[in-house]
Design a protein around this ligand. Structure first.
Ligand code: GDP
Length: 479
């Protein structure tokens, strides 16, 4: 990539001779008609007191922004988006299931609700959307990627168990994100349920019930019998009113990817939550580093829909590849712009990944240089059926690292285990984890030929357990 001195001078609105002089001062001999390379041009531009803007880097993103602003109309009230958090076994899944089973409008007869990562319910008082992955891992993952999706956190606390470690963690996550909490005191059908104890214990976490003079709504309910669930929905809508949630209901849509996977028959599938505008069939969109044209939209009952507005989750078909959970999406005018932005982002992402990898290598060297007791490393390649699981596993497994052993997820992603995964594992002595996915024939050949350790799972806790065991085996003691 070069530019003639004359062209550069013209861009800078300077005389050619001035640029030649400046170049000369830098030790570069060039006449007006000769060309200089990109770096030299940038240097002399700065030398001459101008700022260097790489046109190609930002133009598409700028066009994208202008685009979105263009299409903004008046904002109206939108439904709240809710995440359910709480300690394990306190009833998060049961509550999500109960609400889905009893409140999701199944539309045409025989409609069955399915797990697409989120669902919305229509109550007499208003619409509410629930993110369908309980727990704060998913919540903080999204937040770490800069996606602010959740308006309200419902903290489930079992009335027979009280405040537990993950209850406290959930409170911390919600507070850090400045997202208001509603407490669902669950399992009140049990004989040893003690809601008052829960309220008392929450005081220590600075979560004060309204009847204690605080401002946190607390609802007693049972996810098993359903008693109190309607009160919870009312409380959510009340909180939403206070928050005055607004969005642009029409025009070009934008939002965030909640879940994604590669479907054998349908290709890349992404569940997105629309945050602004209306996403429609036939729209062109950029989605993370992917792009495409919306071929079909499905709601949580598996029915095709024509469009989806703010706070409504919808499954999108027609993308060029599988985006990451937490990626944003934006509808654009035409395929060209969608493709340009996606490709530029892809290039940038690769660049920053290379930097990150170089960083890792540095860390390796530093670790090896470290005194005496060398830290051991356990390398993993993690493949899973959906992006959410890949990320959850990556986070959970790397966080098992201790001073004695570092757990490194060196590769992986969505989809079956391929020959390339197996080769990566063989060359870096990694254990391959298949979560709800299998190895294909060529991968199996490499795995068998090289004695690669391959393990299949369908439960996250089992993965964590076994990785702990493998790590303990390497160290010769418990981690
Ligand atoms: P999670 O780990 O927080 O998602 O908890 P689950 O929803 O899996 O529930 C853990 C256990 O508690 C399961 O055996 C549920 O059947 C049970 N459970 C959940 N809610 C209730 C409830 O309201 N009453 C009773 N009696 N059991 C419940």
């Amino acid at each position: 990539e070069t530019i003639t001195v004359a062209d550069l001078a013209a861009k800078l609105a300077l005389k050619g001779g001035d640029v030649v002089k400046a170049l000369f001062k830098m030790g570069v001999m060039a006449t007006i008609t000769q060309s200089v390379d990109h770096d030299t041009a940038a240097l002399v531009t700065e030398e001459l007191g101008h700022t260097v803007v790489r046109a190609s880097e930002n133009s598409a993103e700028d066009a994208l922004l202008a685009h979105v602003e263009d299409s903004q109309s008046d904002r109206v009230t939108r439904p709240p988006v809710v995440t359910i958090m709480g300690h394990v076994d306190h009833g998060k899944t049961s509550l999500l299931d109960y609400i889905r089973r009893t409140k999701v409008a199944t539309g045409e007869a025989g409609g069955i609700t399915q797990h697409i990562g989120a669902y919305h319910v229509e109550t007499p008082k208003g619409v509410i959307s629930f993110l369908d992955t309980p727990g704060h891992a998913a919540f903080s993952q999204m937040r770490a990627r800069g996606a602010k999706l959740t308006d309200i956190v419902v903290l489930v606390v079992a009335a027979d168990d009280g405040v537990m470690p993950q209850t406290r963690e959930a409170v911390q996550h919600a507070k850090a994100a400045k997202v208001p909490l509603i407490v669902a005191i669950n399992k009140i059908d049990k004989s040893d349920a003690d809601p008052l104890r829960v309220k008392n214990e929450l005081l220590a976490e600075d979560v004060v019930a309204e009847d204690f003079g605080g401002d946190t709504q607390m609802v007693e309910l049972s996810a098993k019998t359903g008693v109190g669930v309607d009160n919870l929905l009312d409380s959510i809508l009340l909180q939403a009113e206070v928050l005055e949630l607004k969005a642009v209901p029409s025009g070009r849509a934008s939002g965030v990817v909640i879940e994604s996977s590669l479907d054998k028959g349908r290709g890349p599938v992404a569940t997105v939550l629309v945050q602004q505008g209306e996403l429609k069939k036939g729209d062109y969109l950029v989605c993370g580093v992917q792009y495409g044209r919306v071929r079909a939209l499905f709601d949580e009952t598996g029915s095709q829909v024509e469009g989806a507005g703010p706070s409504i989750p919808v499954q999108v078909l027609g993308l060029s590849g599988v985006p990451d959970a937490g990626d944003d999406f934006v509808v654009v005018e035409d395929e060209r712009l969608a493709k340009d932005v996606a490709q530029q982002r892809d290039a940038k992402r690769r660049e920053s990944r290379l930097v990150a990898q170089a960083g890792n290598r540095m860390e390796d060297i530093m670790a090896q240089m470290g005194e005496g007791a060398a830290q051991q490393t356990l390398n993993l390649v993690v493949k899973a059926d959906v992006q959410g699981s890949v990320q959850a596993l990556r986070d959970a497994l790397t966080s098992l690292s201790t001073d004695a052993i570092r757990i490194n997820v060196i590769g992986g992603g969505v989809g079956g285990i391929t020959e390339s995964d197996a080769t990566l594992a063989a060359t870096s002595k990694a254990t391959v984890i298949g979560f709800n996915v299998r190895a294909d024939a060529s991968a199996r050949r490499v795995i068998e030929g090289n004695g690669v350790d391959l393990r299949y799972f369908s439960i996250i806790y089992d993965v964590i357990d076994q990785v702990k065991q493998v790590a303990s085996g390497i160290l010769g003691k418990e981690i």
